[in-house]
Design a protein around this ligand. Structure first.
Ligand code: NAD
Length: 243
């Protein structure tokens, strides 16, 4: 039987993308809610909730999921760190996948970056580039920030190791630096490259997004997976078996 989804934020870009491809992933949207709707009215008939809406609604949605023992997939971003820490406690009462990026390719890039940083070690200089469309307001992207975190964790470096662009007489590159370069232009959906440069060779790991549907497909895949899990908070690395 197809997976029955309550989709919150259904009128948004992600909501519409998920509704458009649910059928091809053996899922059906049994309830589509947005601003002004009450998801409580339709929760009984779903197997799992998917939310791509606003950070303000996450708390109430988690309470509802918990009261009805429904698994939930949260794609909404923009939570303040303190607020998120509190929300994670109530999320743990149900099976919950919470991820800032549902792309399968990007999640594999996270895992490959960790492996490359570990295998190549500090002899290989790590630099990151990301490119996004001209309308993007923040830099670097959340995905680039996560890639940076992974490299810093593997190399046991602090945030002070990060060099955002270089200009002027900056001196020779220190082995402990991690370069971060944000490019902007056109309609680029999202490109990320992690580069490890050694003496005599370099390795580049690149992901290029050309369609926002990758996030929608990943979210429906996560919904299928989380419906069969015990209570706890998971991310896409769990869904894809990358941990
Ligand atoms: P959007 O603005 O196009 O859509 C958001 C929708 O949520 C709108 O229809 C809006 O009316 C609705 N909404 C707002 N408040 C609501 C509430 N209280 N109750 C119900 N519905 C409400 O945005 P989008 O591009 O679809 O993105 C939605 C969220 O998902 C954002 O936080 C975005 O950053 C995030 N996002 C995450 C990923 C990922 O892979 N995790 C990918 C893309 C977007």
């Amino acid at each position: 039987m197809a997976l029955r989804i309550l989709l919150n934020g259904a009128k948004g870009r992600m909501g519409r993308a998920i509704a458009g491809l649910a059928a091809e992933q053996d899922a059906v949207i049994t309830a589509a809610t947005d601003v002004g709707d009450d998801p409580a009215k339709s929760i009984a008939g779903c197997d799992v909730i998917i939310d791509f809406s606003s950070p303000q609604v996450t708390g109430a949605l988690l309470e509802l999921a918990s009261a009805h023992r429904k698994p939930i997939v949260i794609g909404t971003t923009g939570h303040q760190p303190e607020a998120k820490a509190a929300l994670l406690k109530s999320a743990a009462r149900v099976p919950c996948v919470w991820a800032g990026n549902f792309s399968v390719g990007v999640n594999l890039l996270f895992a490959l970056t960790r492996r490359a940083a570990r295998v190549l070690g500090a002899d290989y200089d790590a630099e990151l580039t990301e490119m996004h469309h001209r309308f993007k307001k923040d830099a670097p992207s959340g995905t680039a920030e996560r890639l940076l975190e992974i490299i810093l964790e593997e190399r046991r470096l602090g945030r002070d190791a990060v060099r955002h662009g270089r200009s002027g007489i900056v001196g020779e590159r220190k082995p402990t630096e991690v370069g971060m370069h944000a490019l902007r232009g056109g309609d680029v959906v999202g490109d990320h490259t992690v580069l490890f440069a050694g003496m005599g060779e370099r390795l580049e790991l690149t992901h290029k997004a050309s369609d926002r549907a990758i996030f929608a497909r990943g979210a429906v895949r996560a919904a299928h997976w989380v419906a069969a899990q015990p209570a706890g908070v998971y991310d896409m690395q769990d869904v894809l078996g990358l941990k």
